[in-house]
Design a protein around this ligand. Structure first.
Ligand code: 13P
Ligand code: SF4
Length: 332
């Protein structure tokens, strides 16, 4: 249904203020391709009372051009829980859209590309969690939100990278089953006395970084600060000046205004944050998340125009999963 869109003088006028913000990360020639979509999406979402929830890993033309809310998994879940829009378009990956649907069962939740998955969510099924619960009876299950609704439905409480330690400690027990990210799990285990029973899941993007790579940045670049996401392996986190969720990393740059920084996470983060901080030099080696990159402006427009792809979850699974997500939102 997407018709050919052109970069007319009217589109240039409508999108000028947005381009002025992003001009040092998006070349002008490229803006001519993005701008007609930015204008069409912003108009259509108003007509439809739709809200665009955009993860920090989305490309700058999405993040700065069409988002109503940007954030980490926790922030986007909070926004979904309180929105009064009729339609939520999740610009992120499938588990994020499912989390929105779990929290808003009566709203239409759309994802522009159903194939936007996640290696962590793929690493575990509801049946795996049932087997673990049988193996460790009575031990509560703490599940990272990077999982399917089926897995959340088997869990006592969810967590994100932004609140994992608080969530684990909130249960007041000596031992928890912590799923499915082994690296986030090891990072949490280092900061708490609670024993964590881990799963072998990993993020295909963050597991590729190495401690040696970080030491090389420090050797190559004077005064560089290194900040990393807790999905990275332990030898990487050991080299970092700060470890936190995507929002935590963004806030850290805003608070510290380093002369030079490298963000050890998905590629688009540096571009998105650089828009706000032209005074900071971002060293930009990064790893790309192929799932996040499936979301594009033409697909967002198509999603709004056609009402696709709608996220549907079995109501009983959604009800049980909602218990785990809401338990998390009550704690942190
Ligand atoms: P955040 O919740 O920190 O944004 O992380 C989500 C994610 O998928 C990281 O790879
Ligand atoms: Fe999943 Fe990793 Fe991509 Fe995040 S970056 S969505 S954890 S594969």
């Amino acid at each position: 249904m997407t018709t050919h869109l052109s970069y007319t003088p009217e589109v240039a006028r409508q999108t000028r203020a947005i381009y002025d913000r992003v001009r040092h990360v998006i070349p002008e020639a490229e803006w001519g391709v993005h701008a007609p979509y930015v204008a069409a999406i912003n108009e259509l979402k108003r007509e439809l009372n739709a809200v665009l929830l955009v993860h920090n890993y989305q490309t700058p033309e999405i993040f700065h051009g069409v988002a109503d809310y940007t954030g980490d998994s926790l922030g986007l879940a909070r926004e979904a829980a309180k929105t009064d829009a009729d339609i939520i378009v999740q610009c992120g990956v499938h588990f994020m859209a499912e989390t929105s649907k779990i929290l808003c069962p009566d709203k239409k939740v759309l994802i522009p590309d159903l194939r936007a998955g996640c290696s962590l969510a793929e690493s575990i099924t509801g049946a795996d969690v049932r087997r673990l619960k049988a193996q460790y009876p009575g031990v509560p299950v703490v599940t990272y939100v990077n999982t399917s609704a089926d897995v959340k439905a088997e869990s006592d409480i969810c967590c994100t990278s932004g609140n994992a330690v608080r969530i684990v400690e909130s249960l007041g027990v000596d031992r928890v089953i912590f799923l499915p990210d082994q690296y986030l799990g090891r990072y949490v285990a280092d900061q708490t006395d609670v024993e964590l029973i881990l799963w072998e899941g990993a993020c295909e993007v963050h597991e590729r970084f190495t401690g040696q790579e970080l030491r090389d940045y420090r050797r190559q670049f004077d005064h560089i600060r290194v900040i990393a996401h807790p999905e990275c392996p332990p030898d990487v986190l050991a080299e970092a000046d700060y470890v936190g969720s995507t929002k935590g990393m963004i806030d850290w740059v805003g608070d510290h205004r380093p002369e030079r920084v490298v963000m050890i996470t998905e590629c688009s983060m540096s571009d998105n944050v650089a828009v706000e901080h032209p005074e900071v030099e971002f060293v930009r080696p990064c790893n790309l998340c192929p799932h996040m990159k499936r979301i594009t402006l033409p697909k967002i427009l198509h999603s709004l125009q056609t009402g696709t792809h709608e996220i549907l979850i079995d109501p009983e699974v959604a009800r049980r999963a909602r218990g785990a997500v809401e338990a998390m939102l009550e704690v942190a």
